[in-house]
Write a protein that binds this ligand. Structure first.
Ligand SMILES: [Zn+2]
Length: 285
C-alpha cells in the first residue's frame, strides 16, 4: 500500500468554507488521497477531545495520519534545561499522535550552532537514545519516530546522518525530504539516477522494511548557497526537484512509502498530482 497526502490544509480547503482539520478527511478522500500530516510545528496545542475527533474522521475516510513535532526542537543543544524541554516537546508530540491514531512522528534533529558537525551529531544521538528509553519506560511502542533529512547545510540531517540515527533503534524510520536533499545538495536531484542513488543508499545501509515503507516529504524548493530558502509549488516549475523520476524509481522497486506533499498552499492539489503521476507511471511500466 502506498499513501499520498498533504502536510496541513491547502488554501483552497479554507476558501471552500472549511474551518476545522477534522473536516479535511472527507475532503481528501474525495481527491483520492489517503494520508495527512498534522503539524505541531509551532507547538503541541491540540487537546485530547479535538485529537479524538480527528482520529474518528481520519479512520472513517481511511486516511493514514502522521504528525510533525515542533520545529524549535534542537537535540544538538548543550544546555541541559533546553535538552529537557526538547525531550518534553517530542514526548508531547507522541502523546498527541496517539490520541489522533497517528503512527509516525517526524522531527528535525537540530542544527550545529557553534559546534563542530561531529560534536553536534553525537549530542543528537545521545538525546535521541534518551528519548527512546523514556518511551520504553512508558511502554509506548506503537509510534515510529522519524528523523528528517534537512534542507540547510548547517542542520543535522544529511542522508548519512539520518541513516546513522535510524540504526540506533528499529522504532526510527527515515523521513526522506527530497526537496531538502535537493536544496542542501544545491540542486542534487535532477535525473532518475540521482533519485536512485538515494534509494540505493537507503537499501544498502538500512535495508528491510524501513527501506521500503519509509516516510517521504516532497515539494519543489528554492535554495541559496546555504541550502533551503523556501518551499514552492508544482506550478513553480523553474524550481526542482521534479516528482516524475522519483515515481519511476518507486514503481521499479515496488516501494510503498508514505508520501507527504509540502507545497506552499497547494499541498493537497500537488499530492493528488503526485498520485496521478505515480498511477500513470505504474500503468506504463
Ligand atoms: Zn520537517
Amino acid at each position: 500500500m502506498i499513501y499520498f497526502g498533504p502536510a496541513g490544509n491547502s488554501v483552497s480547503f479554507y476558501e471552500q468554507g472549511h474551518k476545522n482539520t477534522y473536516e479535511a478527511f472527507a475532503w481528501l478522500h474525495n481527491m483520492g488521497l489517503n494520508a495527512y500530516e498534522y503539524s505541531f510545528g509551532r507547538g503541541v496545542r491540540l487537546g485530547q477531545a479535538a485529537a479524538e475527533k480527528i482520529a474518528e474522521q481520519a479512520a472513517l475516510y481511511g486516511v493514514k495520519l502522521s504528525v510533525h513535532a515542533p520545529y524549535y526542537i534542537n537535540l544538538a543543544t548543550d544546555d541541559p534545561e533546553k535538552m529537557e524541554n526538547n525531550a518534553r516537546y517530542l514526548l508531547q508530540s507522541v502523546t498527541a499522535a496517539r490520541w489522533m491514531g497517528a503512527k509516525r512522528v517526524v522531527f528535525h534533529a537540530g542544527s550545529l550552532g557553534k559546534l563542530k558537525r561531529e560534536q553536534a551529531f553525537e549530542r543528537v544521538k545521545d538525546s535521541l537514545s534518551d528519548i527512546l528509553n523514556r518511551l520504553e519506560t512508558a511502554r509506548i511502542f506503537d509510534v515510529e519516530i522519524c528523523p528528517e533529512t534537512m534542507g540547510r547545510i548547517k542542520q543535522i540531517g544529511d542522508m548519512d546522518e539520518v541513516i546513522a540515527l535510524c540504526r540506533l533503534d528499529e522504532r526510527l524510520v527515515p523521513a526522506i525530504d527530497f526537496g531538502h536533499l535537493h536544496a542542501r545538495g544545491l540542486g542534487a536531484l535532477k535525473t532518475e539516477e540521482d533519485f536512485a542513488a538515494v534509494l540505493d543508499k537507503l537499501e544498502r545501509e538500512l535495508g528491510g522494511e524501513r527501506a521500503k515503507r519509509f516516510h517521504v516529504h516532497f515539494s519543489r524548493i528554492e535554495y541559496t548557497a546555504a541550502g533551503e530558502k523556501m518551499h514552492r509549488t508544482f506550478a513553480d516549475t523553474m524550481y526542482g526537484p521534479d516528482f516524475a523520476p522519483l515515481a519511476v524509481q518507486i514503481v521499479k522497486r515496488g516501494l510503498e512509502p508514505t508520501l507527504i506533499c509540502e507545497s506552499k498552499g497547494t499541498m493537497a492539489e500537488d499530492a493528488a498530482e503526485m498520485k496521478r503521476i505515480y498511477m500513470e507511471t505504474r500503468v506504463k511500466a
